[in-house]
Write a protein of this length. Structure first.
Length: 409
């Protein structure tokens, strides 16, 4: 028993990073609410507990600047002033009532209708990016499609200049090392501070220009958002625009690349989707369940309470593992079967409750359009990368590289 538990200690082990399904299934077998001594917190893997944890806004906090997560960050406050200042204004790192202020104003600007309006442009971009890849023997799928599509979409939606795209990717990767907890990167706060400075310098003049002369973009909508007299400050607009630039392409890039790997592993599902394009919508949900772009999200307890038969103490860390919840055999029938027609599909890929991923509808739209076009135009997408390895982070599920070949019909 002790040896078995010891093998579950390292949340950034090769198995945990590259094969999280096997790893977290073993954690769940050990205990659905399991104390991890190395992380110094609880690992939650059962669907019912993870879903309840996401909805428990009274006893579980998302605030990274209070409780047990605050020590490392606040000790660095004098060194990394821009990083701390703007991350503290992000929606997903805040609790009510400040979260309510931010989310209600963003909801005025970032509506489902404003996202759906983007579908024709996304469809056009998918076509223009995929066509040059037809005759290639080897394609860097991450750089040439999975990154490029969402970064163009979010840049255009926000009003960020197209020429800044490549820089945005580099800066976002540096922010991601902090946000996604890249525990093997000791310099992550240094590079993230520089990245935040650069992103703020990029976005601030856009915000000020839109305040004078609004355009048909999201930053203009945020500048003019008003809920009963409540409005964003300039710093809040900049902070959450940075968040959208970062999260708006990172999550979708990983969703597209993980989908490509799954359809390579299960080629019959690609053929099914090509015969019935309507499956693209449910297929995206199944990718989010089976191997979504976010593995887990952390919370901390504001007071003692019971979860999964365990007593959670005040200030305890709690890791809600969506990936494990989405493979829970007590909730999903045949969870290791990848079924693009699975419905209903009550996965937790984008979380639940007030912190449900704001960009979920946009990520879904982009993935739907990409899968619809690619499955219609190509007989298969062959993965050429011999050994798939993933970024060594606690939170995200993203490949380091992915080379493919598009096979024509």
């Amino acid at each position: 028993m002790a040896a078995r538990q010891a093998s579950l200690v390292d949340l950034l082990s090769d198995e945990a990073v590259n094969d999280p399904t096997t790893y977290f299934n073993r954690v769940r077998d050990e205990g659905p609410v399991f104390w991890n001594q190395r992380w110094n917190g609880w690992i939650v893997t059962r669907h019912s507990d993870v879903a309840a944890g996401f909805r428990n806004h009274e006893q579980l906090s998302s605030d990274r600047f209070a409780g047990p997560f605050a020590e490392d960050i606040l000790e660095s406050k004098t060194k990394y002033t821009q990083l701390i200042e703007f991350m503290s204004k992000w929606m997903f790192t805040s609790d009510r009532p400040y979260h309510t202020h931010l989310r209600s104003l963003v909801n005025v600007a970032f509506t489902p209708r404003s996202v759906e309006v983007l579908r024709p442009r996304v469809r056009e971009l998918v076509h223009s990016l995929a066509e040059p890849l037809r005759e290639r023997d080897r394609v860097n799928f991450l750089a040439e499609f999975a990154f490029t599509l969402p970064v163009i979409v979010i840049a255009e939606y926000l009003g960020v200049p197209a020429e800044a795209r490549q820089q945005v990717r580099e800066w976002s990767e540096h922010l991601g090392a902090v946000v996604f907890v890249a525990g093997d990167n000791p310099d992550r706060f240094v590079t993230a501070e520089k990245a935040m400075n650069n992103l703020v310098d990029l976005i601030r003049p856009i915000v000020r220009a839109r305040a004078v002369e609004p355009k048909d973009d999201l930053i203009s909508a945020m500048v003019n958002a008003d809920v009963d007299g409540d409005r964003f400050t300039e710093e809040e607009i900049i902070a959450n625009a940075v968040l959208m630039v970062f999260a708006g392409h990172e999550t979708t890039m990983n969703l597209l690349s993980n989908a490509t790997v799954l359809f390579h592993r299960f080629p019959d599902t690609w053929h099914r989707m090509s015969e019935d394009p309507r499956l693209a919508r449910t297929a995206v949900e199944e990718v989010l369940r089976y191997d979504g772009p976010i593995k887990a999200l952390a919370r901390w307890a504001t007071e003692p309470f019971e979860m999964g038969g365990k007593r959670i103490q005040r200030n305890d860390r709690v890791l809600l593992v969506q990936h494990a919840a989405n493979h829970d055999p007590a909730f999903f029938e045949n969870p290791e079967r990848f079924d693009p027609a699975r419905w209903p599909n009550k996965h937790l890929g984008f979380g639940q409750g007030i912190h449900t991923c704001l960009g979920g509808p946009l990520a879904r739209l982009e993935a739907q359009e990409a899968l619809t076009y690619l499955s219609r135009e190509f007989a298969s997408i062959e993965v050429l990368t011999q050994e798939l390895t993933y970024n060594r982070t606690l939170v995200s599920r993203g490949l380091r590289e992915l080379d493919v070949r598009f096979h024509q019909r």
